[in-house]
Design a protein around this ligand. Structure first.
Ligand code: NAP
Length: 249
């Protein structure tokens, strides 16, 4: 894979320590980006991603920051300014889901935690990134097929948070198009990461795979490839667009 990238691109991948974010960070490093691998708690996983990148001759740093916290986001971007340089590209990827539950049983605390982590964080990171993209730039938001499907009986709060990301993508792409900043979105579904265990069902993909037209879950690397395309100069006339990666669902 060889997508065209600008000279000296600097990308922040939020939640780059594991799953889709880790696969994306590694692919972007191979394509020539200097990569900031953001993480929240799992320092060991983040450092593994950085060392895998360095072993392949790439450039990366790991920075801890809870992206749902405004002070942390400001510190994260300032750290990047002083190390790799201001971001030219952003992958908003960090996200959580909580144990499966009907809406009827959800507390305000739970709903707010999901919205702060999955929505507020994307807004804050977009805000800090576009301030720095004076010569244009590119943002990819990681949403979910859940925004279309609603995730009934599992996590409607999570699905609604991803609906907000779809709307953020559309609205922000129109606000910043004149500044040559592109904002696009991928909507994965049923990707093989440990996120499903956080929902209380580690083998969720096994249970649902017969309902997926392609009859299998996806791999993080398959999502990373679409993120890398949308981020790159090969997608230079694409903004406000969605790529669905859900095996046909
Ligand atoms: P994952 O394997 O659970 O990894 C989550 C990542 O997000 C980790 O790097 C984690 O950091 C980071 N993170 C969580 N909360 C954070 C916070 N407050 N601040 C900074 N980082 C934080 O998840 P994944 O499956 O790769 O999912 C990545 C994205 O894809 C999410 O937005 C998710 O909603 C979306 N997605 C996933 C699927 C799927 O089937 N897996 C489907 C559709 C969409 P630590 O390592 O420090 O915990």
């Amino acid at each position: 894979m060889a997508f065209q990238v600008l000279n000296h691109p600097v990308v922040l991948v939020t939640g780059g320590s594991r799953g889709i974010g880790a696969a994306t960070a590694k692919l972007l490093a191979k394509l020539g980006y200097a990569v900031c691998v953001n993480y929240s708690a799992n320092e060991t996983a983040a450092h593994h991603v950085v060392s895998d990148i360095e072993k392949e001759g790439g450039k990366a740093i790991a920075v801890q920051a809870d992206v749902s916290n405004e002070d942390d986001v400001i510190r994260l971007f300032n750290t990047l300014d002083n190390t790799l340089g201001p971001v030219t590209h952003l992958v908003n990827n960090a996200g959580i889901l909580l144990p499966q539950m009907r809406v009827a049983d959800m507390s305000a605390e739970r709903i707010n935690k999901v919205l702060m982590t999955n929505v507020t964080s994307y807004f804050l990171c977009c805000r800090e990134a576009i301030k720095r993209m004076e010569d244009g730039g590119s943002i990819v938001n990681v949403s979910s097929a859940a925004s279309r499907l609603g995730s009934p009986f599992e996590y409607v709060d999570y699905a609604a948070s991803k609906g907000a990301i779809d709307t953020l993508t559309t609205g922000l792409s129109l606000e910043v198009a004149k500044d040559n900043i592109r904002v696009n979105c991928v909507r994965p579904g049923f990707i093989d990461t440990t996120m499903h265990a956080d929902g209380g069902e580690a083998d969720r993909i096994e249970r649902v795979k017969h309902l997926i037209p392609l009859q299998r879950g996806g791999r993080p690397e398959e999502v990373a490839a679409s993120i890398a395309f949308l981020l790159s100069h090969d997608a230079s006339y694409i903004t406000g667009t969605f790529i669905d990666l859900a095996g046909g669902k």
